[in-house]
Design a protein around this ligand. Sequence first.
Ligand SMILES: [Mn+2]
Length: 356
Amino acid sequence: MEMTLRWFGTGHDTVTLKQIRQIPGVTGVITTLYDTEPGEVWPAERIRAVKDEVAGAGLHISGIESVNVHDSIKIGTADRDIYIENYIKTLENLGREDIHLVCYNFMPVFDWTRTELARRRPDGSTVLAYTQKAIDALDPESMFASIKNDANGAVLPGWEPERMARIRELFEMYSEVDDEKLFCNLKYFLEAIMPVCNKYDIKMAIHPDDPAWSVFGLPRIIINLDNIKRMMKMVDDPHNGVTFCAGSYGTNRANDLPSMIRALKGRIHFAHVRNLKFNSDDDFEEAAHLSSDGSFDMYEIMRALYDIGFTGPIRPDHGRMIWDEVAMPGYGLYDRALGAAYLNGLWEAICKSQNS
Ligand SMILES: [Mn+2]
């Protein structure tokens, strides 16, 4: 595996490449062109510029998170082929720049959903949290308002104001889309992009829905092993794989994370590893990465990745806000650096105990 950190780009991230370069064991970044809209073609010169910037800091681009998929593709409207064509052009431009991993998601309307961005924990740190009660009591618009007020001035990925201004319209557009239709539209998209993925050896790594169940009545499909298997089988190509996000699949306690990892051998292209602490089945908060701070056995998760011979990029995921840092919720420097160091420590111990 290669340890990486997500980086949103100069002007969009409070964390600098220089800081990332100084986290021991981190050699790559997972980045994006944060100011592009879903459906746009990413210009080759902009990809090259960010690649050069990252290389200039002594790092490299290990993958893209995300190239977002336009709603027309997810909904399956008549104009979807235009946006698929644009997506293919973006993939070609990435492939020509020697970038071979793209994370994306197929979640309708919202990306990840949390009900609090700064829940205070006993040690004074603040974390992202989710409680089903809050979802049940809110409509999507008021939820957006509360998320926005909590975001330390940052624009959260998947919660861009332009999108949220259209939230009613988006819900209306998805009203005819159920799980089956969404699967169908995902298949159509994957079949269209696989030739270019094969040509440039680009691994597509779908990110799970977070939380891994329906929110506000919207369809959600990338939520458990059965559905991932269905997705991989319907377009059976090694480039059609997954981002194994422990914190997202782990929101559903029926998902056994280490055994899912073992079942997905060969098709996990990217891993997000983080811990959650459950207060009840429908209330959880994002703990420190350490096993003892949350509900997951992080050793067993890393061990499963080791056992399947995982060689792709891995990144610590959302961190707590600690040491008075002000940053995009979940994406500060300090706790993610601690997470990377901890995961690297687990990995070293697993490697040495296996080889001794
Ligand atoms: Mn994730």
